[in-house]
Every structure is written in C-alpha cells, then in structure tokens.
Design a protein around this ligand. Structure first.
Ligand code: ZN
Length: 311
C-alpha cells in the first residue's frame, strides 16, 4: 500500500481491530458509553466509525470511485479491506486508506475539542495527501536507488534509533533542535522540537541536541538506543573515551554519562541525507514555540521529511 507509514500503521490497527473505538474501550472495561458521537444511535465499532456511520457515508459518497463499494455488504473492516484490495488499482487503495485515516483523525480531534476538517473537506484533503505522497515518491518507485545515496536505516530489532539535529541561525545566534525516535519498522515512537534561544555555535547546538536525544530516550523508556546525528565533530567527541576537552565538552561528558546508564547506547554518524526528519524538526523549532512533543505521531508540516527518511 503506497501511503505514508503512519497511515499504513493505522490501517493495520483498524484491520486488527485494536483502535480505541468506544466498543473496544468498553470491552476493556473502560467506563464509556458505546454510542457513536457522529450519529448518536449506533455502537461505535471500527466498521461503523469508518464506513457505516452516516457521517462516514457522506464522505465516501462524495468520492465517485467508492460509490459502488457502498452497495457491498461489509460486516467487518477486514471484509471491506478485502473488497478494496480486490477491485482497486494501487492509487485507489491509497485513497481509501487515506480517507479512512482522515475520518479517524477527525473523530479523534472532535473528541479532544480541537479544530478539524469539515466532513465535506475530507475527500479533497485526502486526495491532495495522496497526490503529494505519490509525486514525492514517484521517482523512486521505478528506478533503483543509486548505491551511493544515503538514507535513514532502521535499527536492529528490539533497538530504537534516535536521530537528532540542530538548526542554527548565524545572524541571530538562535538555535532549534529536533529529535525523533523510531523503531525497527521505521515507525515513529516519539518526536520533539525545541527552541533553544541563543547559543554560541552550531557545534554547541548539536551537542545540546545530542544530550536532549538521550534524555528523550530515557523519558520514552527506550533501553537500547542508537543515537544518530550528522555533526561529525559532536559524534566523534561522543565516541571518544575520556573527558572531552572541547568548548562544548561538559555537555558531551554529561551525554556520555546519561547514555552509559541505558542498557545499550551507541553514538553513530550519518550523512545529512539520512537525517532529514530530525533536520526538518530542528529547522521548524528555530521559529516555533518553546517545546513540542508528539507521541506516535508527527506534526503535519514535517511529513515530507519523514517520507524521504524512510528506507
Ligand atoms: Zn455513527
């Protein structure tokens, strides 16, 4: 399925019926009503929420390519997926997954009283997401990737990769950092961006980003980590034994100490092309609020960076 990993992951969870629908929450003895918030008169199962509910129907009805599918009797989301896969060309499958994901996002945002798309906007919005993703990835699908091209590579199983980067504005001295933790499948576990205010140099900002990466891994309870950045000076300093004599040495020493109490912590250099998501987070951090964290998600504005990082 040619969609961003977060949507693929969502579809996989929907198919396994492990999304926190009201029906599933109640099955786990969490005290919630089971009525769908959208229509108010059905149990909110995953197939109801994404397909059978009047609200979902109005979205699917607006998309010509799914009208015939609406006639089919699908009792579970898996039945529905089977129908989609059996009839659809790849792009239609991608659109289906993206629309379903948008409906679920909208449902979650409404529950959190956050602003979100209107129902009639979902179709166009999903179509735009699919077109963007396909155009970004189109060159790569046909041709083999040149061997010299550096890309993000996944960590070994049971290990997490924590990429960090700093962005530094020479004129103002303002810096921002970005950190992203991913698992062996490339799935984002958590990400953050943080505005550092003014720092002395780009190396100082990179050293602070590396320290934040290790602290973030501890906060996320990741025990085996590969901490990866594109600043060679900082990575070399982190890999060297003994105390670091450089200007940012105290930060490096503290980062090494924090790393040493993880079960396993390896510092590793990667070229910038393999560190794009962290870079994109850092760049935004220079201009954004003090501190933002995402768990199992990413801000919308760095999606393209994420895609190009993915193996
Ligand atoms: Zn409903």
């Amino acid at each position: 399925m040619k969609v961003p990993p977060k949507i693929r992951h969502f579809i996989w969870r929907a198919a396994k019926d492990v999304l926190p629908t009201k029906q599933n929450l109640q099955a786990r003895h969490i005290p919630v009503g089971v009525e769908c918030d959208g229509c108010g008169d059905h149990t909110e199962s995953i197939i109801h929420c994404l397909w059978l509910c009047d609200q979902a129907r109005s979205v699917w009805m607006s998309l010509l390519e799914f009208r015939s599918l609406l006639q089919k009797k699908c009792r579970t989301f898996c039945d529905l997926l089977e129908e989609v896969f059996s009839v659809g060309p790849a792009k239609k499958v991608a659109l289906f997954a993206t629309v379903a994901w948008c409906i679920w996002q909208r449902r979650n945002r409404l529950r959190e009283n956050q602003s979100t798309w209107k129902l009639h906007e979902i179709g166009d919005n999903a179509q735009r997401l699919v077109d963007e993703f396909w155009s970004v990835n189109s060159q790569e699908s046909g041709e083999p990737i040149p061997r010299h091209r550096v890309r993000w590579s996944p960590p070994p199983e049971d290990c997490y990769k924590v990429n960090f980067d700093a962005a530094f504005c020479e004129d103002s001295g303002l810096a921002g950092i970005g950190v992203v933790c991913r698992d062996n499948s490339g799935q984002v576990i958590a990400a953050l961006r943080q505005n550092l205010g003014q720092v002395q140099s780009v190396e100082m900002a990179e050293a602070l980003a590396a320290r934040r990466a290790v602290v973030f891994a501890r906060e996320m309870s990741l025990f085996c980590i590969i901490v990866e950045g594109d600043c060679l000076a900082v990575i070399q300093a982190l890999r060297r034994s003994g105390l670091c004599p450089l200007l940012f040495g105290h930060i490096v020493n503290e980062t090494k100490r924090l790393g040493s109490v993880r079960r396993s912590c390896v510092f590793q250099h990667v070229r910038r092309e393999g560190n794009r998501l962290a870079h994109s987070l850092a760049k935004k951090a220079v201009l954004s609020a003090d501190f933002e964290v995402w768990v199992e998600d990413l801000p919308e504005d760095v999606d393209v960076g994420f895609q190009s990082d993915f193996p």
